[in-house]
Design a binder for this molecule. Structure first.
Ligand code: PHB
Length: 399
């Protein structure tokens, strides 16, 4: 005969009663984080970075918070161009997996597609990449821990003009973050006296950059400015720039950090020499959080694995959730979590990061870097820093 203790029996009955509303009342309270990322397809290497960051965070800071075990449930949105799927997966995570909070969205269209659902379902979502400025205005439940492309592009436009660059040709991916990058680079650059001599917009997953770079070089600008969503697309762009001798022809290359992700530099080799980029993170940052993070990332992902800004965004997304749940003492209601997340400051591997309570956007340092050989490794070496950069696209004075 199976013996059941009185306590177990009691819990069972309570469980039946509570089970109607979802998680049985007797079950230990747990925090469920529903993660939506491109786990397959040509952007799967991005998901590997975010996931590595999430795992490194838990390895360093534990798998429970405020006395609750943390469950992380992953769903595969397969990359850009799958907004409907991202929305459906978000819904599944909320309804079936009872996610308390959503974490993810590498691509703008996917975050945009989930916005109204998050508002209706009253669930908070921490964006760990998607970078078009307007996304956070589409749902009051979005909090972004990554960046907006205007944050990088505006700084880069100012920096370029300061370096004496007079003319630029722009090449950006033809969707939200690319158009934002173009708009805000041009705004800063032309306000400082620079001139745009030509521009091109390329399909989001473009792999053939020959015609675009040929036209850019024919325009003989001082510099080319470019944004693309990284991964294989960035590799295709950088390889073509090298093949055509863009830099050797005397044209400078200015890019958002997405184009020169730290882990891709070994593939680029000397193509990255002298490339000027702006981002919130490079693997060589010298602070204790980054040292611990990089060591743990390598321990988990392999000794030769190199974390990039995406891994840090995964790490910081978790950090934000843990810190908020600690602040609410385990209250997982959407109101409590959102209130706690607004204004939080994190000691991130990227440096200090604060969530602007008004815009729910990250306020952070933007690093200017140059591609240089350090020892026998190509690196994004910091050559400048712009502290406390807010999303310029939400600054009424700049609109
Ligand atoms: C985006 O779709 O918003 C996006 C994707 C990849 C990036 C940056 C932005 O590296």
């Amino acid at each position: 005969m199976i013996s059941i203790s009185r306590r177990q029996l009691g819990m069972g009955i309570a469980g039946l009663a509570g089970g109607v509303a979802g998680r049985p009342a007797w079950a230990a309270k747990e925090l469920t984080i529903g993660v939506v990322l491109p786990l397959s397809g040509i952007y799967a290497n991005q998901a590997e970075q975010y996931e590595g960051g999430i795992k490194a965070f838990q390895a360093l800071h534990g798998t429970s918070v405020a006395g609750m075990p943390v469950k992380v449930v992953y769903r595969d949105d397969q990359g850009p161009g799958s907004g409907d799927l991202a929305r459906r997966l978000t819904q599944e995570l909320i309804l079936r997996d009872k996610a308390d909070i959503i974490l993810g969205y590498s691509f703008t269209p996917n975050a945009m597609a989930a916005a109204s659902l998050l508002t209706e379902a009253k669930k908070p979502a921490v964006i760990i990449n998607a970078a078009t400025s307007v996304i956070t205005e589409k749902s009051p439940n979005f909090i972004r821990v990554s960046f907006t492309t205007p944050q990088m592009a505006y700084v880069l436009g100012q920096y370029a003009a300061k370096q004496g660059i007079k003319t630029v040709y722009t090449i950006v991916s033809d969707y939200g973050p690319g158009i934002d990058a173009e708009t805000w680079f041009v705004k800063a650059f032309t306000a400082a006296g620079g001139k745009v001599v030509g521009s091109a917009r390329t399909p989001v997953s473009e792999m053939e950059y020959a015609p675009f770079l040929q036209r850019a070089m024919e325009a003989k600008p001082d510099a080319v400015f470019s944004f693309d969503p990284g991964g294989d697309v960035a590799v295709a762009f950088m390889k073509e720039a090298k093949k055509r001798g863009l830099m050797e022809s005397g044209i400078k290359l200015l890019v958002t950090g997405d184009v020169v992700e730290d882990q891709s530099l070994p593939l680029f080799g000397d193509a990255v020499k002298g490339v000027i980029s702006v981002h919130h993170y490079q693997v060589g940052l010298d602070n204790p959080e980054n040292k611990a993070f990089v060591a743990k990332y390598k321990e988990i992902m392999g000794k030769d694995a190199i974390p990039n800004f995406r891994a840090v965004q995964g790490y910081d997304g978790m950090a934000l959730i843990y810190k908020a749940v600690e602040a609410t003492k385990g209250d997982l209601s959407t109101e409590a979590l959102l209130k706690a997340m607004k204004g939080i400051t994190l000691d991130s591997p990227r440096g200090k990061l604060t969530i602007d309570p008004e815009t729910r956007e990250p306020v952070q340092t933007m690093y200017v870097r140059e591609g240089r050989l350090v020892g026998d490794q190509w690196q994004n070496v910091q050559i400048g820093a712009y502290p406390d950069v807010k999303d310029p696209a939400k600054d009424p004075a700049l609109k």
